[in-house]
Design a protein around this ligand. Structure first.
Ligand code: URA
Length: 237
């Protein structure tokens, strides 16, 4: 089983900042297997040693994976001087782990956004070679016509670039006009530009699914939950 220095173990779990760890250890507030530890360099065997801070057990997680229902009005970034970011919706312990959003949704887009600290997982999910499918639901200003389904299937020109074939389906053709589109890439403003190419404007946009993982309907905008092992495995495939 992997061994880690106690200070690294605590930092990796986002428990506290580097300077505070020394202080906690110095004050005798950290225990390994019920023994008070005085040296931050003490080794912890992850998965077998029980580490407690202030009497509370710290469950070791190599990585964290969250499903966020991104609300409108918040930018997809880890930090920003002026604007509120999706990471501001998470507690310090998650931010300290170095968690970040996988890919990006526009400020006015809502829906499924994955937040993790597993760089390799995120890299794979975003890799253009993987063509991970993404399902969006769009509220449109007009019904562009049945021909747009074929146009999306063949690949529309989004301004000097022909989008990969996408699956378009209309949930409602009259007011409110609602469409669902499944795309296999993630260019800047991709869905909005695709609808523009067939003469419609996206008024609202929501991501419903990535790969086979659906946005949990019980999450209201701004809420998040840990992903299940099954969901993580579905995206890691
Ligand atoms: N396509 C867009 O136009 N915007 C998003 O936020 C995501 C996909």
């Amino acid at each position: 089983m992997p061994k880690l220095r106690l200070d690294k173990f605590l930092r990796d779990q986002g428990i506290t900042s580097r300077s505070e760890i020394r202080e906690l250890v110095r004050k005798g507030m950290v225990q390994i297997n019920d023994n008070v530890v005085r040296d931050p360099a003490t080794h912890v065997i992850t998965g077998s040693d029980i580490v407690k801070v202030n009497g509370e057990e710290i469950c070791y997680k190599e990585y964290v994976y969250y499903m966020l229902n991104k609300p409108k009005g918040i930018i997809t970034a880890t930090e920003d001087r002026d604007a509120k970011t999706v990471l501001d919706l998470f507690p310090d312990s998650i931010r300290r782990r170095g968690a970040f959003p996988v890919g990006r949704l526009d400020k006015d887009t809502e829906g499924l956004l994955i937040v993790t600290d597993n760089g390799a997982f995120a890299h794979d999910l975003l890799s253009p070679k993987k063509h991970v499918k993404k399902l969006y639901e769009a509220l449109l200003d007009i019904y562009p016509g049945e021909w747009s389904i074929k146009a999306f299937e063949e690949g529309v020109d989004i301004g000097g670039y022909i989008a990969l074939p996408a699956r378009l389906n209309f949930i409602s053709r009259s007011c409110p006009v609602i469409a669902q589109v499944e795309i296999y890439e993630g260019k800047f403003h991709q869905v909005k530009r695709m609808f523009k190419a067939v003469g419609a404007t996206v008024i609202e946009l929501k991501r419903l699914r990535m790969g086979e993982v659906w946005l949990d309907k019980s999450l209201r905008p701004g809420e998040y939950r840990e992903m299940t092992d099954e969901e993580i495995a579905m995206l890691a495939r």
